[in-house]
Design a protein around this ligand. Structure first.
Ligand SMILES: C[S@@+](CC[C@H](N)C(=O)[O-])C[C@H]1O[C@@H](n2cnc3c(N)ncnc32)[C@H](O)[C@@H]1O
Length: 261
């Protein structure tokens, strides 16, 4: 790997627990949102994979496979791929197998996620992981062929800043593939969806961590995020052409694929 290894590291964790941190205040205040988010993902990192499979009833795996299947036909085997908010590195590891002559670089703000990802990536030569912030990537302009993100944009203080940063590091014509929760259009389904996720998240949080806020965060973060149409509009405004939009759960989740223009 010839790219720089130093990355801008997110704000230091101020608290080892979410108790005493008000989630709503953090979600609506970009200057302090990252502190809450990184503290939470540090806490859940060791159980993250098991939780995700259980909470999504396995749908997460199918959606990530759809992402991979969609970009695979145009993915060169020597491509440089950046997986942002890589978490424990499942997507990055799968991508590394698709680009045997290229390389995959996973970046995440939570150091414990990166520790888990490095364990997963042991023995995969074209894969590396670093702690970093997708809103301030320490990577050269136009250095990446593909950027992938699984459930990441919703968690950053300003997803539009992250989109601009992704646009900067992608080569002209490069591809962004983004899978995330989205805010359903206003109406009964939005209310039902957020209420279900909040209730189930609180239950899982109590059972798995003794803190309901841990997973109740999911519905709250969606409520502060944008609809899939708005996200596509934000991509377009940043300089991407959205080529594929695949809504799931009636607009509660979406896979977007876009090219840098
Ligand atoms: C819901 S997890 C998704 C993990 C993985 N991509 C997946 O699909 O399972 C969201 C991840 O975003 C990371 N994250 C939050 N803010 C970030 C930022 N500013 N830059 C990079 N990663 C960030 C968190 O640490 C967390 O690991």
């Amino acid at each position: 790997m010839s790219e720089p290894s130093a990355h801008s590291v997110p704000p230091a964790l101020a608290a080892p627990t979410l108790r005493g941190l008000d989630v709503e205040t953090h979600l609506r205040t970009p200057a302090i949102k990252q502190q809450y988010v990184t503290t939470m993902f540090e806490m859940i990192a060791p159980k993250y994979d098991r939780f995700t499979r259980a909470f999504s009833f396995g749908m997460d795996v199918a959606w990530k496979n759809e992402l991979l299947a969609h970009i695979r036909p145009t993915l060169r085997t020597d491509a440089h791929v950046l997986d942002l908010a890589c978490g424990t590195g499942d997507l990055a590891a799968a991508l590394a197998r698709l680009v045997p002559d290229g390389r995959v670089h996973g970046i995440d703000a939570a150091p414990t996620m990166i520790t888990c990802a490095k364990e997963r990536g042991q023995g995969i030569g074209n894969l590396r992981f670093d702690v970093g912030d997708m809103m301030r990537l320490d990577l050269p302009d136009e250095s990446q062929d593909v950027v992938t993100i699984g459930y990441g944009l919703r968690n950053v203080p300003d997803h539009r800043v992250a989109l601009r940063e992704i646009h900067r590091v992608l080569k002209p014509g490069g591809t962004l593939a983004n899978l995330d929760f989205a805010l359903p259009e206003p109406g009964a389904w939005r209310w039902l969806y957020l209420t279900y996720l909040k209730t189930m998240g609180d239950v899982y949080g109590w059972l798995w961590h003794g803190e309901p806020e841990v997973y109740g965060y999911i519905s709250r973060s969606i409520a502060h995020f944008v609809t899939l149409k708005q996200l596509a509009a934000d991509m377009t405004a940043t300089g991407f052409t959205v080529s594929y939009e695949s809504p799931k759960l009636n607009g509660g989740v979406c896979l977007h694929v876009a090219q840098k223009t």
